[in-house]
Every structure is written in C-alpha cells, then in structure tokens.
Design a protein around this ligand. Structure first.
Ligand code: CMP
Length: 140
C-alpha cells in the first residue's frame, strides 16, 4: 500500500480534557507518524472555511461555534494507507456507532464533540493539509 498523508484535528472537547497525548498514542500505535503538528485557536472565518463543504447542513453553525470554543491540535499523519488507517483509528462519526478501542468510542462526548477530525479521501487530504501547513512545515 502507498505511503499517504492525512490531516487530523484534535478538537476542543479533547484538548479541554487534556487528551492530546492519549489520542496521539492511538495514532502512533496504529503505525501513523506525526510529521507536522501545531496547537492553534481557530477563528470563526477559519472554521467556516475549513468546513465550507458542510455549509448547507443544519449542524453547520453549531459545528463552527464548537470548533472555535477552545484550542485544537492540527497534525499531518503519515503512513501506509494513512487516510483509511486514521479513519479506522478514529471510529464512526457518531460515538454511539463507534467500534471498541477507537478514539471516538473511548473519548468522544457526542456526534459534535467527537474529539477528532480526519480527512476522508486523497483529494480532501491534500486540500486540508494545505489549509494548515506549507511543505516546509512537514518533516517526514
Ligand atoms: P468531522 O469529521 O469533523 O466532520 C464534520 C463534523 O460535523 C463531524 O465530524 C461532526 O463533529 C459534526 N457533526 C455534528 N452533527 C453532525 C451530524 N448530524 N452528522 C455528521 N456530522 C455532524
């Protein structure tokens, strides 16, 4: 399988509960490598732009409000089949449907405060990585 990169966000519900290290350990245990990492506070404009694809969804305003409610940790994860691997480690979007051992099963509070975001496809991953990082900031 090809080496890929994917964009991960550790969300405000997780940074608030000091879970960054526990979540990164799950990525690393699955064979993903953190090749870029930054803790930031998103502005409203940042969050709206990042989630623009969901702009028409009924949960959009609440999602943006939540994503700017505290710090997030944005990271690039690298590894074999990293996009799907990260999605497997995260578990289903709704923690009620997430499998045992996944990040969302273990840590998520709700479908909105679900602790992590991960890119869903190669094109999305490329765009989402570019949203936060320049090539020089990614060191494999
Ligand atoms: P994420 O992977 O970051 O992508 C969009 C986010 O919207 C999703 O995770 C959830 O945190 C949030 N969200 C809130 N409500 C819903 C919903 N009903 N369906 C899907 N995503 C939702």
């Amino acid at each position: 399988m090809a080496i890929e990169r994917t964009l991960s966000i550790i969300k405000p519900d997780a940074t608030r509960r000091n879970l960054t290290g526990k979540i990164v350990a799950k990525f690393e245990d699955a064979g993903l490598r953190v090749v870029a990492s930054r803790r930031i506070k998103l502005s409203q404009a940042d969050a709206e732009a990042f989630y623009a694809v969901h702009a028409a969804r009924p949960f959009f305003a609440d999602l943006v409000k939540f994503m700017i409610s505290g710090p997030v940790v944005v990271q690039v994860l690298e590894g074999e089949g990293a996009i799907q691997k990260n999605r497997d480690v995260m578990g289903a979007t709704n923690p009620a449907n997430a499998a045992e051992g996944t990040i969302r099963k273990e840590f998520a509070e709700s479908i909105e405060a679900n602790s992590v975001h991960g890119s869903d496809a190669p094109e999305t991953a490329a765009n989402e990585i570019k949203f936060f990082f320049s090539d020089l900031q990614i060191v494999g």
